[in-house]
Design a protein around this ligand. Sequence first.
Ligand code: SF4
Length: 188
Amino acid sequence: MNSHLRKLYSELSFLYRDIRSTCAECKDHDCEGYVWLLKDEASSLYDLNVPIVEINDSTFFIHSFEDIDGSLSINKPKPPCKLRCDGFCSIYDSRPLVCRMYPVGLVTVDSEVLIVLHKDCKFSRDINGEAKEVFITQVVEILKRASPNLLMEIMISYREVDAISAFPEGPNTFEVIIPLRSLINERR
Ligand code: SF4
């Protein structure tokens, strides 16, 4: 795995170092949906024998798809991640970026990939005022320090995921933090 991605993992771990107490109190469903991967992450997880679904040689997901008569089904809008066991992530130290970032995530609006704060999370619902401002500033600063090539790879991978995904309808509320492209452009 490349050093830029490892550095981003490490900065996110530090940012979220105190989030576990909030997660412990949370009653929301956890670890649901199709977990997408960067190519580097997919190859690292292959090495750990994690089942991966690869589409068009460019889009990778943790295999949480339903198997119906030998075919993968995407009919279930938010399947539980099969790597969650007894309330814990079975690959916690190797979990992918999308899991490490949550409740910060990516959303496409009018073809623009946006960094957002998902609101279907106790941590983001509870945080407010100055603490929230500080948290969002830290998220942006971490991403500004990330390699522009890595940010570009994240944007391209997410666009490919988004192009083939039918995200569930219904409440999926988020607050926009910043367009991802603006973080890339200001570094090039
Ligand atoms: S990989 Fe781990 S953290 Fe990510 S959704 Fe699956 S169980 Fe949860």
